[in-house]
Design a protein around this ligand. Structure first.
Ligand code: FAD
Length: 330
């Protein structure tokens, strides 16, 4: 069903149709709620052709996983799916929320610009669930994108197995590099950690890594090199090429929530959207789930699981709000 400004008010507008948003959406339509998912179709994992570790779907192309999820969601009569980029979310005044029939005086207007020839979408919703995932910025190397999703990955749990016993890199400029190197050592001891000139591995950490055969390379990187689609090494700024066939990069992640406008959301030190244990953000009525909440990027099945858990809390919040019986339900 496509959405428009004249449609009835809905229960929840879900911003982002990845595993977190789709899973929450499925639970909520099954709770007889009118639910809209607005999705701009730019998932972080679009660089990859296979996703791993989702029980019953190991190895499935990520787009196929989404297609199945969307189909299951849209099979319910109260589901609406809009291919749209959300541009703004505004809070309704209490009087306006009551006027459209929202019993607890909480409501939002969500506006999205249609993509791929689709119409713009606007919803009046009792609650908002942000499941917009993260955008990522890779270390600034000219050819790195060409190998990202094939030779180079960012999620060790997702793609470590395929890299067992290979000569690997870990490239990153953040303070969690040491912990990542330890994780990767489970898959291959032939690992070089490239800090690209950043001072992010302490001398005692380097000693510990050296003790298990992992080298730390602190020189500046010029680029990733390869032959056709195959990565063959890392070229340093001084011209030396170190032979490597793949490995991991540590991107910097951003939570894309500019569309929230004047509705302020508390963020943690990494910029992730902070929620309470029910999944509600610091803004009443606005929930968040998936990669966008601490501890940040994890896995498809975790995002989907979070979506289901927060959907249940959201549903209870709306039931309690309608009956005026307060927030505490446990
Ligand atoms: C290269 C790569 C490979 C990966 N491989 C695996 C793997 O093998 N196995 C695994 O379990 N996990 C893997 N992951 C991790 C997995 O992709 C994420 O953990 C998961 O997708 C997070 O789900 P999400 O729903 O929170 O966000 P996403 O899947 O990122 O979905 C967010 C959605 O929100 C949309 N959106 C953003 N802003 C707006 C807006 N303003 N309006 C409307 N829509 C918006 C985006 O377009 C996107 O469709 C991989 C990640 C990457 C980067």
């Amino acid at each position: 069903m496509t959405a428009g400004a004249n449609d009835l008010p809905i229960g929840v507008a879900i911003i982002g149709g990845g595993p977190a948003g789709l899973s929450a959406g499925l639970q909520l339509v099954r709770a007889n709620r009118r639910i809209a998912i607005l999705d701009s179709n730019r998932p972080r994992h679009s660089a990859t052709l296979e996703s791993h570790g989702f029980l019953t779907r190991d190895g499935i192309p990520p787009l196929e996983l989404r297609r199945i999820g969307r189909e299951e969601f849209e099979a319910y009569p109260s589901a609406q799916y809009a291919q749209a980029i959300v541009r703004s979310v505004e809070r309704l005044s209490e009087a306006d929320a009551h006027a459209v029939g929202f019993p607890d005086g909480i409501g939002f207007r969500v506006h999205g610009t249609g993509i791929r020839g689709q119409a713009n979408a606007e919803f009046i919703a009792r609650r908002v669930l942000i499941s917009a995932g993260l955008t990522e910025q890779l270390p600034q190397l000219p050819m790195i994108r060409a190998y990202y999703g094939t030779a180079l990955h960012s999620c060790v749990e997702c793609d470590g197995f395929e890299k067992t016993d290979k000569p690997l890199v870990l490239i990153g400029e953040t303070s969690d590099l040491f912990a990542r190197a330890l994780l990767i050592s489970r898959f291959s001891s032939d690992l070089i950690v490239f800090t690209n000139g950043a001072d992010t591995i302490r001398p005692e950490q380097e000693t510990q890594l050296n003790a298990i055969g992992i080298r730390v390379e602190r020189r500046i990187i010029d680029d990733i090199v390869g032959e056709k689609a195959d990565m063959t090494g890392v070229r340093l700024a001084d011209g030396e090429v170190i032979a490597r066939v793949g490995g991991f990069v540590r991107p910097r992640w951003n939570a894309p929530v500019e569309f929230m406008g004047e509705i302020e959301l508390e963020r943690d030190d990494w910029g992730l959207v902070v929620t309470d244990e029910r999944g509600e953000t610091s803004a009443r009525g606005v929930y968040a789930v998936g990669d966008i909440v601490p501890p940040g990027p994890q896995q498809l099945i975790i995002a989907a699981g979070n979506g289901a858990r927060v959907a249940a809390k959201l549903n209870m919040d709306m039931i309690r709000g309608a009956l005026g019986v307060g927030m505490i339900d446990e």
